[in-house]
Ligand binder design. Structure first.
Ligand SMILES: NC(=O)c1ccc[n+]([C@@H]2O[C@H](COP(=O)([O-])OP(=O)(O)OC[C@H]3O[C@@H](n4cnc5c(N)ncnc54)[C@H](OP(=O)(O)O)[C@@H]3O)[C@@H](O)[C@H]2O)c1
Length: 209
């Protein structure tokens, strides 16, 4: 596949987003972010281009996607577990912008709960899971080259190892992945078409902290 140089990250100010942004900059990507509040970007990790806007605004999304080689979607709702369509509506806008600009590659952060029967997902997590399911469907139907990453619990307090197990269509050996290793994998996906069109789970057994 063509090498990706210019990438846009949606959700760059979130827990996993910040960990991904830092590694993307270290790896030499020219990074664009779409953020609601640029003050949430740490001074030491300044992307090349900051589009201030909202993923629910198609014009903001179009501006962010223009000129990119690939897209990383790490949208989330932080501690708000109430019903939402933000992630799926945002994804719909991103897909439209990608098609308008002829961009094919997208890596998306979803959840391991998509590998479960929805009825078995803890009830309080079902509303957010339902929006992840809508996101997944939009991307699957888009015909784009999409890697659907379905992480287990994302640990805030575990290191970057770059050494984790990748399994397709099935959960791996652990119930946790560090936010840094997850970001590492998103960037790995930009260098290969191996996982395009696939549902991917990451796992690793970390030493206790
Ligand atoms: N935490 C876990 O253990 C876990 C496990 C599996 C899957 N997941 C899923 O993984 C994904 C990433 O999780 P996370 O905890 O790293 O994310 P997070 O901390 O919740 O960050 C969410 C990001 O989305 C952005 N965002 C929200 N609404 C937006 C809008 N309208 N326009 C533009 N940006 C918007 C936020 O921006 P602001 O800074 O402006 O708020 C933030 O950058 C989520 O979908 C989550 O459900 C989480």
């Amino acid at each position: 596949m063509a090498t990706c140089k210019n990438i846009v990250i949606f959700g760059a100010t979130g827990m996993t987003g910040l960990a991904t942004l830092a590694q993307a900059l270290d790896a030499g990507y020219t990074v664009t972010v779409l953020v609601r509040d640029p003050a949430r970007l740490p001074p030491e990790h300044r992307p090349a281009r900051v589009v201030v806007g909202d993923v629910l605004n198609p014009a903001d999304v179009d501006k962010a996607v223009q000129g990119q080689d690939a897209v990383i979607i790490i949208l989330g709702t932080r501690n708000d577990l109430s019903p939402t369509t933000m992630m799926s509506e945002g994804t719909r806008n991103i897909v439209a912008a990608m098609k308008a600009h002829g961009i094919r590659k997208v890596v998306v952060c979803l959840s391991a709960f998509l590998m479960w029967d929805l009825q078995k997902v803890p009830p309080k997590l079902q509303p957010v899971t339902e929006d992840h399911i809508r996101m997944h469907r939009i991307l699957q139907e888009s015909g784009l080259d999409c890697v659907s990453v379905m992480p287990p619990h994302i640990a805030d307090d575990q290191p970057l190892t770059g050494d984790y197990t990748v399994t397709v269509n099935t959960s791996g050996g652990s119930r946790v992945i560090s936010k840094h290793d997850l970001g590492h994998f998103f960037l790995q996906c930009l260098t290969t078409s191996e996982y395009d069109g696939k549902n991917v789970y990451l796992s690793r057994h970390y030493a206790k902290v």
